[in-house]
Design a protein around this ligand. Structure first.
Ligand SMILES: Cc1cc2nc3c(=O)[nH]c(=O)nc-3n(C[C@H](O)[C@H](O)[C@H](O)COP(=O)(O)OP(=O)(O)OC[C@H]3O[C@@H](n4cnc5c(N)ncnc54)[C@H](O)[C@@H]3O)c2cc1C
Length: 452
C-alpha cells in the first residue's frame, strides 16, 4: 500500500520533491517520501522494504553531493518534521528530524540557553549532529554529537527505537559521529548551555594582506583560551545585488571569532588583531542566537561545490601555500576558503562520548565555490583540489565527515578501530544494508566458515 507522503516520478511536484539544498546535485531516487511523523517514517520504511528498495534519509541536502546514485532508493526527506521542545529545567532540547539550527537557537534563547549550532542557520540539526558538529562554541564545549543525550529512530524492521546511554548503548555510540547508516532518525535530544550573549565578529582586511593577516591570526591563537573559537578565511563576494555594500564584488582576508567572556577582557584579547588596522570591524556583544549570521553562509538553497580537509598544523609555510592557492593573484574562483581553529574541548575525550570522540587535527579547511552551470562546477571542483594539493603536506591523515563532500574511505573518516566497531553495529542493526548514508558504514566482510 502506497503511503500518503510518497511522491513518485511523473507525479505532480516530483522535481520540487527531489531537490537538495545544494542545487548542483541532481537527485534521481526511485521515490521521495515526505513524512510528517515517526509513524509515517515507519510506514515508509516498511513500504520500501516490501519492494526491495533502499532508504536514504535526508534533512536538508546540505551534504547531498557525496550521496552518489539514488537508483532503487527511497529518499526520505524529513523537512516536514519540525517540532521543537525546550526543557529549561533540565537544559535539554528535543527536536524532530527536519528541524534547522536557527529554529532551535531561537527557541532555546527564549529560556536563556544556547545549543551547539553550526555556522549556518539552515543546516539540519540531525545531519550535522550525526556527523560530529563543529559549532562557534566548539573549543569550549566540544562536538555537538557528544552533547546528544538520546536518539529516536526507525530501524530496518520499521520499528521505532530509542537509543541512549541505557537503551541500545552501542547504537547510541555509533549514531554520535557515525552518520546516517543505521536508521531514519526521527528525533534527537541534546544538552543546552546557559549562554545568552557572546562577543563575536569579523575583521575584514584587503585580500592582498593575506599572508600577513593569516600569520598574525596563527600567532594569536597560540595563546587564546578555549572560550575563543576562530576562523581565518579568504572571501570573494560575487557582484550580486543581494550582497550588501561594501562587500559586494570585494575580496578579503578575514578573521572571524567568538569569545565567551566579558567585553572588557574581549577588547584586551582582540587588541593584537585590531592593531593590524582592519578595513571593517564588526566585533560586539551579540545575542548568542544571532551567531548564525557571523559566517555569512547562504540562507537559501544554492548550487555549490566544496570539500574540506583536516590539517595537523597550519604553520607559516602552510599559510604561504594557501595564499598562493587562494589569495590575491592566485586566480582562485572560490567564494570561500576557510581554516577553522580546532583543539580545546574538540581534542579532549568526554566521558560517555560517541563514535567521533575528538577531532585529531589542529585545523579544518573548507573550500567552496558557486556552480551555476556544470562548467562552473568543474572549475570550482578543480580549484578545490588545487587548494587541497597545496596543503597536502599538512594533511592530518583523517577527514571530518561534515566537511567531506566526496566519497571517502571509512577508515579516513573514523580511524580503523572505530570504523570496525561501527561496521559491527551496522551488521547487527541493518544486516541487509537498507539504509544509505552519504558517508556509508559498510557491512563487515562475511566471516569465512571454518572447514568442517
Ligand atoms: C553552508 C554550510 C555551512 C556549514 N557549517 C557547518 C558548521 O559550522 N559545522 C559543521 O560541523 N558542519 C557544517 N556544515 C556541514 C554540515 O554539517 C553537513 O553538510 C551536514 O551533513 C548537514 O546536515 P543536513 O541534515 O543539513 O544535510 P543532509 O544532506 O540532509 O544530511 C547529510 C547526511 O546526514 C544523514 N542524515 C540526515 N538526516 C538524517 C536522518 N533523519 N536520519 C538518518 N540520517 C540522517 C544522512 O546520512 C545524510 O546523507 C555546513 C555545511 C554548509 C553547506
Amino acid at each position: 500500500m502506497k503511503t500518503e507522503c510518497l511522491v513518485l516520478p511523473h507525479d505532480p511536484g516530483w522535481d520540487e520533491a527531489r531537490l537538495a539544498w545544494n542545487l548542483a546535485v541532481d537527485q534521481q531516487p526511485a521515490a521521495v517520501a515526505l513524512p510528517e511523523s515517526a509513524e509515517e517514517v515507519a510506514r515508509v520504511v516498511r513500504w520500501a522494504r516490501s519492494r526491495g528498495l533502499r532508504i536514504a534519509p535526508q534533512g536538508t541536502g546540505h551534504n547531498a553531493g557525496a550521496m552518489g546514485s539514488l537508483a532503487h532508493t527511497v529518499l526520505v526527506k524529513t523537512e516536514r518534521m519540525r517540532g521543537v521542545e525546550i526543557d529549561p529545567e533540565n537544559q535539554r532540547a528535543r527536536v524532530e528530524a527536519g528541524v534547522l539550527w536557527a529554529e532551535v537557537s531561537e527557541a532555546a534563547a527564549e529560556h536563556g540557553l544556547a545549543a551547539l549550532a553550526g555556522s549556518s542557520p539552515d543546516v539540519g540539526v540531525v545531519g550535522y549532529s550525526l556527523g560530529g558538529g563543529i559549532s562557534w562554541l566548539a573549543r569550549r564545549y566540544g562536538l555537538a554529537a557528544n552533547s546528544v543525550t538520546a536518539v529516536e529512530l526507525v530501524n530496518a524492521d520499521g520499528e521505532l527505537v530509542r537509543a541512549d546511554a541505557e537503551n541500545e548503548p552501542e547504537l547510541f555510540w555509533a549514531l554520535r559521529g557515525g552518520g546516517g547508516s543505521f536508521g531514519v532518525v526521527t528525533a534527537l535530544e541534546f544538552t543546552l548551555y546557559p549562554i545568552t550573549e557572546v562577543y563575536a565578529g569579523v575583521l575584514f582586511f584587503p585580500v592582498e594582506r593575506g599572508a600577513e593577516i593569516l600569520r598574525a591570526w596563527r600567532r594569536w591563537i597560540e595563546d587564546v583560551p578555549d572560550e575563543v573559537t576562530s576562523v581565518g578565511r579568504f572571501l570573494q563576494f560575487p557582484p550580486l545585488p543581494e550582497i550588501p555594500e561594501p562587500l559586494r564584488g570585494g575580496s578579503f582576508v578575514v578573521v572571524e571569532a567568538t569569545y565567551l567572556g566579558d567585553e572588557e577582557s574581549a577588547e584586551e584579547l582582540l587588541r593584537p588583531l585590531r592593531e593590524l588596522g582592519p578595513s571593517m570591524d564588526t566585533f560586539a556583544t551579540i545575542p548568542v542566537q544571532t551567531l548564525n549570521k557571523l559566517h555569512m553562509d547562504p540562507e537559501q538553497p544554492v548550487p555549490c561545490v566544496g570539500d574540506g580537509m583536516l590539517l595537523g598544523d597550519f604553520p607559516e609555510e602552510a599559510i604561504d601555500a594557501l595564499v598562493a592557492a587562494a589569495g590575491a593573484g592566485s586566480g582562485s574562483p572560490l567564494l570561500s576558503v576557510e581554516v577553522r581553529h580546532l583543539g580545546g574541548a574538540l581534542a579532549r575525550l568526554q566521558p560517555g562520548h560517541g563514535a567521533l570522540a575528538t577531532i585529531e587535527a589542529g585545523f579544518a579547511m573548507f573550500a567552496v565555490g558557486m556552480s551555476m552551470t556544470p562548467e562552473m562546477g568543474a572549475a570550482m571542483h578543480a580549484h578545490v583540489e588545487v587548494v587541497q594539493a597545496a596543503l597536502a603536506r599538512w594533511d592530518a591523515g583523517r577527514d571530518y565527515l561534515n566537511f567531506t563532500e566526496r566519497r571517502e574511505r571509512g577508515e579516513r573518516l573514523f580511524g580503523g578501530a572505530t570504523y570496525r566497531r561501527l561496521q559491527t553495529v551496522k551488521g547487527r542493526v541493518d544486516p541487509d544494508d537498507v539504509f544509505r548514508s552519504n558517508h556509508p558504514v559498510r557491512l563487515p566482510a562475511p566471516r569465512l566458515r571454518k572447514a568442517a
